[in-house]
Design a protein around this ligand. Structure first.
Ligand SMILES: Nc1ncnc2c1ncn2[C@@H]1O[C@H](COP(=O)(O)OP(=O)(O)OP(=O)(O)O)[C@@H](O)[C@H]1O
Length: 618
């Protein structure tokens, strides 16, 4: 049963959920220090009707996010267990129903900087909307939301990247909210939608939210921190928490009278939100006075007629539940192939627009090719160049893969967007990783070609088309493996500095054991058997070495009378060194290239598979 009832602007209004309620909602965690059960939200209860906007307010650490997450059926806190009931139209909501009926706007925006406002909205629609919504309807919905959130003049403005300014903070937040509304959720959760905004922008965001909520009959629940008077007045209801306990739940319009009735009249000309927060902010406590006062306020609430009335309203909604059944409601899902296609398209736009993510990396690899080409310049087949050739091969493979660390920030940005889209049920790890892999292919191939064209010929590696293309193939697989390693490490450690440090360390390790610094037959058994054989750089190094040395001979120093050959070879007597004898010094065998190609591809897919398992588990 979908809701096809659209208002005249093309946005479906909520005709399904008349009320959203919860009671006895308790969240318990294992206390970090004492390791005993600790209740961080205690017996919370509340009800919000369609078209209403609830503010969850309280000092820092009071449990706002915990309550919001518990209501949205998200992990309320690390290792938390949640008890109590969550109801819509008086019926208990399953996880699937909550997911189908609601959307969640995270505190941090996960917008893609290089997309315009309209593109962001269109991609959000394509990712989420089922095939029953026509293209025309989807575009109409997008245009309506852009207009409703006052973004029509910024429609073609990009969100903003570190080097190109785009939207203001308030506009970004409005876009984040609008993009979550594209699926027409009936219940919208927002975690601190005004955080980081000044009071004027906070008011702007909340008044747009209120307007859209009213017009479309939505249930809006937002945690909020220290709103200005004007922002506070945008909300219909207030849930005031302190240390996980309720201090007040009810209409914003009634809270001043309520606090007056329990002995806390608000002085004239005072911001009521600020007054309530100061009243219960135990962080400011010096002599235990505020803790005592807060306990008394919570106690007063639990004994109050308002609380009794709230319980009665929730009970009534439960007893009327059978009148409207939600159980057959299910939101239709988009076609299965849509998410990877949309992600690919989106990444493609990002790739050619976002100079930071890609342009700088292209410039860096080009600069590196020029650097290497001019340092390792015009070698010939004198034996004096054998070692520099080997160095050039090592440097091409190892340093290029080392520089994959430059991909960490771009991947983390994508990962951040993925986490939010996944939490909203839009994208799964497989779609994300497949599109990430596919979009990387042309880009890495471009870098490989750019680098090889410059460096291969400047250095004077073996001049034959097949040798050149074989070099390209090794380098391409090298970069693909290096990027796959970044994907794996950053999926496990999604903190920038940590991912960067671990990727750099891992590539340093692979460099040490790839058979260049210490030839394989000399490498000690630990490093050889534990790391060398799983080192993707080792296969690239060996492959490139064979490509260069297998079919070449080198001239020894000296003249006919006495040659001085630095590598022993059966050709020493005629003043030459066979390239394969150089390979033998490094314990590199020929004829195994196919096997190495296979192993490299296996390592690349192994990294991707591990990344998939990590993302699945998270
Ligand atoms: N394992 C735990 N052990 C002890 N306290 C915990 C644990 N997990 C969460 N808490 C506490 O639970 C409280 C609720 O956190 P929550 O994030 O919901 O608060 P908040 O009101 O949203 O805070 P803020 O405004 O700072 O975001 C915090 O004081 C937090 O320290």
């Amino acid at each position: 049963m979908g809701d096809l009832e659209s208002n005249k602007n093309g946005y479906p209004s909520n005709e399904i959920v008349q009320s959203f309620a919860w009671h006895d909602l308790t969240v318990t965690v294992k206390d970090r220090s004492t390791k005993t059960p600790l209740s961080i939200l205690t017996a919370a209860a509340g009800i919000v009707s369609a078209g209403e906007m609830l503010a969850i307010m309280g000092p820092s650490g009071s449990g706002k996010t915990t309550l919001l997450n518990a209501l949205a059926h998200r992990v309320a806190a690390a290792g938390a267990s949640t008890t109590g009931a969550i109801l819509a139209n008086g019926q208990t909501l399953s996880l699937r129903l909550v997911r189908d009926l609601s959307a969640y706007v995270e505190q941090e925006d996960a917008l893609i900087g290089s997309l315009t406002v309209r593109e962001t909205m269109v991609f959000a629609a394509q990712l989420a909307l089922p095939s029953s919504v026509t293209r025309r309807e989807a575009f109409q919905r997008v245009d309506d939301l852009i207009q409703s959130f006052g973004l029509q003049t910024q429609s073609d403005t990009i969100v903003g990247t570190p080097i190109k300014k785009g939207l203001s903070g308030g506009q970004k937040k409005r876009l984040s909210i609008a993009s979550r509304l594209v699926t027409s959720p009936k219940i919208l959760f927002l975690d601190e939608p005004t955080s980081g905004l000044d009071s004027a922008l906070s008011l702007e965001v909340c008044s747009y939210l209120k307007k859209v909520g009213r017009r479309n009959n939505l249930i809006i629940i937002a945690s909020i921190h220290q709103p200005s008077s004007a922002t506070f007045q945008q909300f219909d209801k207030l849930c005031l928490l302190s240390r996980g306990k309720t201090c007040y739940f009810g209409p914003v319009a009634g809270c001043v009278a309520y606090f007056d009735s329990i002995g806390y009249p608000i002085p004239a000309e005072t911001n009521s939100a600020e007054f309530f927060l100061d009243l219960i902010n135990t962080d400011l406590d010096k002599d235990g006075e505020i803790v005592r006062r807060t306990a008394q306020i919570c106690e007063a609430w639990s004994q109050s007629a308002d609380q009794e009335q709230l319980d009665a309203t929730i009970k009534t909604s439960q007893s009327n539940a059978s009148q409207s059944s939600l159980s057959e409601y299910h939101s239709e899902k988009p076609r299965i192939w849509m998410p990877p296609v949309v992600l690919l398209h989106r990444s493609w736009i990002k790739a050619y627009r976002d100079v930071m993510a890609y342009g700088i990396r292209v410039a860096m690899y080009f600069g590196l090719a020029l650097l290497m080409g001019t340092v390792f310049l015009r070698f010939d087949t004198q034996q004096a160049y054998i070692q520099p050739y080997i160095n050039a091969i090592f440097f091409s493979s190892a340093f290029m893969s080392f520089m994959a660390v430059a991909y960490v920030p771009a991947f983390l940005e994508d990962l951040h967007t993925f986490h939010q889209e996944r939490a909203n049920g839009l994208v799964g790890p497989l779609s994300f990783l497949v599109s990430n892999f596919l979009i990387g292919l042309p880009f890495l191939f471009l870098i490989t070609c750019l680098f090889a064209v410059v460096q291969y010929w400047m250095t004077n590696f073996r001049a034959s088309p097949s040798a050149f293309f074989t070099f390209i193939a090794w380098l391409f697989l090298d970069l693909l493996a290096a990027e796959s390693l970044v994907v794996l490490i950053a999926s496990v450690f999604d903190v920038f500095v940590v991912a960067l440090a671990i990727t750099a360390f891992a590539n340093g390790l692979w460099m040490c054991v790839d058979g260049f610094l210490v030839p394989m037959n000399t490498l000690n058994v630990f490093w050889r058997y534990v790391f060398h054989y799983i080192d993707y750089q080792a296969y690239v190094f060996q492959g490139m070495m064979v490509n260069e040395f297998q079919h070449r001979t080198y001239d020894c120093a000296g003249s006919d009378a006495s040659y001085q050959c630095s590598y022993s070879s059966d050709l020493n007597s005629i003043g030459k060194i066979r390239g394969t004898d150089v390979l033998a010094e490094f314990s590199i065998h020929t004829g195994l290239e196919g096997e190495w190609f296979g192993i490299l591809i296996g390592i690349i897919f192994g990294y991707r598979l591990l990344a998939y398992l990590v993302l699945m588990r998270k």
